[in-house]
Design a protein around this ligand. Structure first.
Ligand code: SAM
Length: 285
């Protein structure tokens, strides 16, 4: 019996339901309910909150979210083999766990999370789709978003890119997008041995809080200019931005020195560049 509920230990759940981890689904399970409780708590108090969880698997984090008091958990799982195990958790917490079998990349999470109270996304993400899911949430058309926070497990290397700023080796497109719309912090690291099976690398739990008023800019324009700038990150901007048209004019309009490099430019600089690029496009249309 575990400390947080009276459901069977997760090792027994894996055995009972024959849940042999599949690499193709990024299945590295967390079986320590004290660790999953720590992840559940990393995003703040859960009372009254609807949590969207991507990839509940055998349900270690799901159980922690419910035991920590989430009003409702909507859990989206692609692997049909996990549904029976999740149904046992739903029976233990009547009316509080909604299980959705499907692909999170194709799921309308805002609709599933709609209802009373704030919504939050908390997940030990499958690594193969972690970055597209994150850019979908942070780059959403609707802002402020439907969620008030993201608490997500990534490979440490991806976590470093999310929280990176100018001058950091890991600074790039992901750091600009996340820094523009969110405050992002690494909450803590989790070693490979915490997972079944252990991955090759260390993981980190990242917490992102949406900024209520990010600098005005279109997501598409920001993506376009950061793609060009970081595509040749060590070159001067006057060179790396040539694919966008008149690089000198764009840099002048954005108030950026043409001799600077992408890795030195703060988020506000990229926003200015994105807005200059959009204005130039509108003028030439
Ligand atoms: N939350 C569980 C835990 O912490 O032990 C499992 C985490 S495991 C890293 C990732 C989970 O995401 C697996 O259960 C996997 O089947 C599921 N998954 C993989 N791709 C998915 C997708 N596109 N949509 C929804 N779930 C997915």
């Amino acid at each position: 019996m575990s400390a947080i509920d009276d459901l069977p230990p997760l090792r027994d759940v894996l055995r009972t339901h024959d849940l042999i981890p599949k690499k193709s689904l990024g299945q590295n399970f967390l079986l320590d309910l004290n660790l999953t409780a720590r992840i559940a708590r990393a995003g703040g108090r859960l009372a009254g909150v609807t949590v969207v969880e991507v990839g509940p698997g055998p349900g270690g984090l799901t159980r922690a979210l419910l035991a920590e008091g989430a009003a409702r958990v909507v859990a989206i799982e692609k692997d049909g083999r996990a549904i029976a195990a999740l149904n046992e958790i739903a029976a233990r917490y009547p009316g509080r766990l909604e299980i959705v079998e499907g692909d999170a990349l194709e799921t309308d999470m805002a609709r599933l999370a709609a209802g009373d109270g704030p919504a939050r996304i908390i997940a030990n993400l499958p690594y193969n789709v972690a970055t597209p899911l994150l850019t979908g949430w942070v780059g959403a058309a609707q802002w402020p978003p439907f969620w008030d926070g993201l608490t997500l497990m990534f490979q440490r290397e991806v976590a470093e890119r999310i929280v990176a700023g100018p001058g950091d080796d890991a600074y790039g497109r992901l750091g600009v997008l996340c820094g523009w719309r969110c405050e992002a912090k690494i909450a803590f690291d989790v070693g490979p041995q915490a997972f079944t099976p252990p991955p090759k690398v260390t993981s980190s739990v990242v917490r992102l809080t949406p900024r209520p008023d990010p600098l005005p800019c279109s997501v598409k324009a920001l993506e376009t200019v950061t793609q060009a700038a970081f595509g040749q990150r060590r070159k001067m901007l006057r060179q790396s931005l040539k694919s966008l048209g008149d690089a000198a004019a764009l840099l002048d309009a954005a108030g950026l020195e043409p001799t600077r490099r992408a890795e030195e430019i703060p988020v506000a600089g990229f926003v200015a560049l994105a807005n200059a690029w959009e204005a130039a496009r509108a003028a030439s249309a």
